[in-house]
Design a protein around this ligand. Structure first.
Ligand SMILES: Cc1cc2nc3c(=O)[nH]c(=O)nc-3n(C[C@H](O)[C@H](O)[C@H](O)COP(=O)(O)O)c2cc1C
Length: 197
């Protein structure tokens, strides 16, 4: 075993270690609408749910002043709304393409040719072919060192009939793509081990 005192590692080494050790990570493919009406779309794997009974999700981006923030974070702070589209394996290339750094007045939906559909309860578009979309309102933010952690209350959920069995969402049908360390993605094929307890 190699042991590391984190303070001896460079920022790059810490990033590599954390992003590889904490994997696979689910990907929130987040859609927002800017106050100017531009539909934004980008993937975030520093993402998870925080609570499920009263559903809350979180994602993080580099913290900064308004002009330094990623478009997604700025839109969420300015509108109080965002949608998390579940990243399906079938749309992995498009999802990856939407990580391009475009100007704020350019839509990644157009750039990556992702079909959009209207959200129901928030003023944003969703990914029409995503198996699940969660419409969220801003719960709050917290600055954690150099990151802005953003929390959203999940208010309304779209679930494709194709990933359901007997009216319930089915893990064996939801073919998600997830992020590994480095440039790697992985699929969500279940392994041959079921919970015993
Ligand atoms: C799979 C994947 C996961 C990513 N996860 C994050 C993340 O968790 N936080 C982050 O700040 N950027 C993340 N990025 C980079 C953003 O997607 C990228 O900076 C994007 O341009 C942000 O778009 P926006 O400025 O429209 O919000 C990720 C990129 C990819 C491809």
């Amino acid at each position: 075993m190699t042991e590391h005192d984190v303070s001896d590692l460079s920022a790059r080494e810490r990033g590599r270690l954390m992003k590889t050790a904490v994997s696979p990570r689910p990907i929130a493919w987040i859609s927002t609408r800017s106050p100017d009406g531009v539909d934004n779309l980008a993937p975030f794997s520093a993402y998870n749910y925080v609570s499920s009974a009263e559903p809350v999700v979180s994602f993080s981006v580099p913290a900064g002043d308004r002009d330094e923030l990623k478009d997604t974070a700025r839109n969420v702070l300015e509108t109080g709304e965002f949608a998390v589209n579940v990243a399906a394996e079938a749309l992995a290339e498009e999802m990856d393409a939407t990580s391009a750094s475009l100007d704020a007045d350019e839509s990644e939906f157009d750039f990556a040719e992702v079909e959009r559909a209207p959200c129901t309860t928030i003023d944003a578009s969703r990914v029409a072919d995503a198996p699940v979309t969660m419409e969220c309102t801003l719960y709050g933010t917290m600055t954690v060192h150099d990151r802005l952690l953003t929390l959203g209350d999940v208010r309304h959920v779209h679930v494709d009939e194709g990933v359901q069995t007997d009216g319930q969402i089915d893990a064996t049908k939801l073919e998600t793509v997830a992020r590994l360390g480095g440039p790697y993605y992985t699929d969500s094929d279940p392994i041959d081990l079921e919970r015993q307890f």
